[in-house]
Ligand binder design. Structure first.
Ligand SMILES: *Cc1c(COP(=O)(O)O)cnc(C)c1O
Length: 379
């Protein structure tokens, strides 16, 4: 095991994740390898041949993510992709064939309905179930793959990963978990038995709102070989610069996650006292419907808080009145963002639903800004 995996603390692991063995006079984290091809005299072989297949900057990032997703476990692979959707599509389209059945969430990421239509166009049967309440159990018979997203984006429902994995495996189905919202510091699906942990690194993993990235971590074997082949076929690969930026950002993952998630709880507590806020959800709130299951399988509860305001107009005025929070999509960045999620269409949310992503600002400043914007938008 390399030196970089020593130390049990998660902060220690994050700052050292994926670093190569030290080489005198070389940088700690080598810069991006900008290469479409590599020197390759004679026979084809060795790790680096052509830039769509492998790149040394990806290799270090893949090792880093693997060390966080499943510390100390051997026999795992991580593959990085150009985006979260590239990673998700690579699992679905490499594992499923015409005539197979897959179970997807009906309250998950907003692009899943488009993916569903594409799967159906290829003759794959798609069943759906909501995330909360483990309703997936009722539609599992005969499925080849169970796809879960927990906590779900944007509704923040949670399902019991271990329980669903046991049921799926008993029926011969593989299980993939979208781990975007939790990050590997919040939840480690492979330790709970899942076959794939898949995520968008665009969100809290990289955390600065400047990189699109995705990854898949899974056990060595046929299934991951097929995912790797799919990446080669579709070429959904990250650029070396993005991979390097992502790796650099992971060094601060624990700092960011701890700060952002702690503030998310503080904000949720502050919103609880407001009569104009309804449907408040944060899995870290002890009385949240997701909390019981979340506390069994998560170590941190994420940086997203969601709630509804009395009307769409009120929600728009609120977003407009915020000074420290950008009205923008996505989540997980160091700068807080919020949006009226219904403006996109495609999510199962009401018109006055706000998804709020808590950044790394001082908690007092952020909470004061939100409470002021709520007061101002009420007038
Ligand atoms: C953003 C997101 C994705 C898609 O990731 P991209 O990097 O935007 O392609 C997938 N799943 C969840 C839960 C997300 O939040």
């Amino acid at each position: 095991m390399s030196e970089s995996t020593e130390g049990n603390g998660e902060g220690t692991r994050a700052v050292r994740a994926g670093l190569p063995e030290p080489v005198r006079n070389e940088p700690t984290l080598p810069g991006p390898a900008f290469a479409a091809h590599f020197h390759l005299p004679g026979e084809v072989g060795g790790p680096y041949t052509y830039g769509r297949d492998e790149n040394p900057t990806w290799s270090l990032l893949e090792r880093a993510i693997g060390e966080l997703e499943a510390p100390g476990q051997v026999g795992l692979q991580t593959l990085v992709f150009a985006s979260g959707m590239a990673a998700i599509s690579s699992v679905l389209f490499s594992q499923l064939r015409s005539g197979d059945t897959v179970v997807l969430p009906n309250d998950g990421y907003q692009v899943l309905p488009l993916v569903r239509a594409q799967l159906e166009a290829y003759g794959i049967e798609v069943r759906t179930a909501p995330t909360g309440g483990d309703a997936q159990l009722e539609v599992l018979d005969g499925a080849k793959l169970l796809w879960i997203e927990t906590p779900s984006n944007p509704g923040l429902d949670v399902c019991d990963i271990r329980r669903l994995v046991e049921a799926a495996h008993a029926r011969g189905a593989l299980v993939a978990v979208d781990n975007t919202l939790a990050t590997p510091l919040g939840q480690r699906p492979l330790e709970l038995g899942a076959d794939f942990s898949v995520a968008s690194g665009t969100k809290q993993l990289t955390g600065h709102g400047d990189v699109l990235l995705g990854y898949v971590t899974g056990r060595d074997g046929e299934a991951m070989t097929a995912v790797r082949r799919w990446r080669k076929i579709v070429g959904a690969i990250p650029g070396p610069m993005e991979a390097w930026l992502a790796h650099r950002s992971i060094a601060t993952l624990q700092l960011r996650v701890d700060r952002q998630n702690a503030t998310a709880l503080v904000l949720a507590e502050a919103l609880k006292g407001r009569p104009d806020v309804t449907g408040l959800r944060y899995p870290g709130l002890p009385d949240d419907p997701s909390h019981k299951v979340a506390s069994q399988q998560m170590r941190r509860y994420g940086c997203v808080v969601s709630f509804t305001l009395p009307s769409r107009e009120r929600a728009e005025r609120f977003l407009d009145a915020l000074r420290l929070v950008d009205d923008a999509t996505s989540f997980g960045g160091v700068r807080s963002t919020a949006e009226r999620r219904g403006r996109w269409g495609g999510d199962a949310v009401p018109d006055d639903f706000v998804r709020f992503s808590v950044g790394a600002e001082d908690p007092e400043d952020l909470v004061a800004d939100v409470l002021r914007a709520l007061d101002e938008s009420a007038r």
